[in-house]
Design a protein around this ligand. Structure first.
Ligand SMILES: Cc1cc2nc3c(=O)[nH]c(=O)nc-3n(C[C@H](O)[C@H](O)[C@H](O)COP(=O)(O)OP(=O)(O)OC[C@H]3O[C@@H](n4cnc5c(N)ncnc54)[C@H](O)[C@@H]3O)c2cc1C
Length: 370
């Protein structure tokens, strides 16, 4: 059957868009060159932390907070629909200050958050250690925000993909889209190896690979890969209750004691893998946050590519090419922003007048117009 919408890419963005559209009775076909979740979405730590990641920009902060709340609903919905717990937990986040300059910085961050309606606490070293005894005792206090959360990205991804299928979306794995087929200034479908598939609309959610697909007419630098390396261990009991940021990285603890330590930000094109230098940086950061991790066993390490953009905001919505939409470029916050992105794409497809968010995230700000 001819799909209404083709979604290119089966990461968290493609799966979330497919789920959201299929729920609205749109016939969706997801084309994934590998398998759903093959790339950045499975590598992520699952931090839903706008108060640390997005506090510098009041608009982005509110986008992140709104999407974090959509996650809370989505998690209940997926549990009800499929019986899958995606690990949404409002665990809160902490940001450590290791010297006086850090302390001034977190104080300014707290003021910026409070000015935007976010409740936060400024903890002394003693208060911090009473709450999280495994934190480095040599800190100058910490910022605590209770409203931020975490999710288990791999479980979320498979639940959203299953949910989309349950609602009627069709997934095709091993299907690399070679180009967008254009009819004048309109997208008519996509071309795979030896096959053409037509649809009313095409949504490209190909993460760091988005600008590589011919026909998109997007400046090549509008979305670029930023490699991030991660390392996993496990502690018993779980080392922290909250997500802890500091020393340029973070430590995320799951309730079962799994610990994820991240991460680097490297501009190395699509070079895959973990490196000695990257791992050294991650280990140094993690053990500065929690000295006890020095004795922890390495349980795994991996890397993937965050889709970065020049202005730090994603590209979501309609492009200059009619019937061609993008859901891409979410950099460090793609897990966080997936439900909001899916909502904006659904609104664009039913033809609702663009909201303030939709206008600000419009891909047209980077497109080649010729
Ligand atoms: C180490 C690391 C830690 C992170 N931690 C967090 C975090 O804690 N919280 C958070 O919110 N975000 C985090 N992120 C960011 C987040 O992972 C990304 O922003 C998000 O996963 C991007 O999702 P996506 O679906 O756009 O891209 P991807 O997950 O990369 O998916 C794109 C998909 O498109 C497919 N594809 C590409 N080209 C084609 C084609 N031509 N045809 C068909 N399919 C194609 C790929 O195979 C891939 O499956 C992290 C990222 C990294 C690397």
């Amino acid at each position: 059957m001819r799909p209404d919408v083709i979604v290119v890419g089966g990461g968290v963005m493609g799966c979330s868009v497919a789920y959201r559209l299929a729920k609205n009775d749109v016939r969706v076909l997801v084309l994934e060159k590998s398998v759903p979740g093959a790339e950045a979405s499975s590598a992520a730590a699952g931090i839903l932390g706008p108060s640390v990641e997005l506090f510098r920009d009041a608009f982005a902060l509110q986008l992140g907070r709104r999407s974090r709340e959509l996650h809370a609903h989505l998690s209940d919905e997926l549990d009800e629909l499929l019986g899958i717990d995606v690990g949404f937990r409002r665990c809160g986040v902490i940001k450590l200050a290791f010297d006086e300059a850090d302390r001034v910085e977190i104080d300014a961050q707290a003021s910026a958050l409070e000015a935007n309606g976010v409740r936060c606490d400024r903890w002394t070293r003693e208060e911090l250690l009473a709450e999280e005894p495994s934190c480095n005792p040599e800190t100058h206090g910490a910022l605590h925000v209770a409203e931020d959360a975490q999710v288990e990205p791999k479980t979320l991804l498979s639940a959203v993909a299953l949910g989309a299928e349950r609602e009627g979306a069709v997934f095709r794995t091993g299907s690399a889209v070679r180009n967008i087929i254009l009819d004048g200034r309109q997208a008519r479908g996509v071309k795979l190896d030896g096959e053409v598939i037509e649809a009313d609309r095409v949504v490209v959610a190909a993460g760091s690979w988005t600008t590589l697909i011919p026909g998109i007419r997007l400046d090549a630098n509008a979305i670029y890969p930023v490699r991030g390396q991660m390392l996993a261990t496990r502690t018993r009991p779980p080392i922290f209750r909250r997500i802890v940021f500091g020393a340029g990285g973070y430590v995320v603890t799951r309730p079962d004691g799994q610990v994820l330590c991240g991460s680097t930000e490297e501009h190395v094109g699509f070079a895959r893998g973990t490196t000695f230098g990257g791992m050294a940086q991650v280990i140094q950061t993690a053990t500065r946050i929690a000295p006890a991790l020095e004795n922890a066993a390495v349980r795994g390490h991996w890397s993937s590519f965050r889709p970065g953009t020049p202005d730090g905001l994603p590209l979501v919505g309609e492009t200059h090419v009619e019937r061609l939409l993008l859901a891409s470029g979410h950099f460090r916050n793609g897990i966080l922003l997936a439900p909001l992105t899916a909502e904006l794409i659904a609104e664009a497809i039913v033809g609702e007048p663009p909201s303030r968010e939709a206008k600000a995230l419009s891909p047209r700000r980077f497109e080649e117009t010729s």
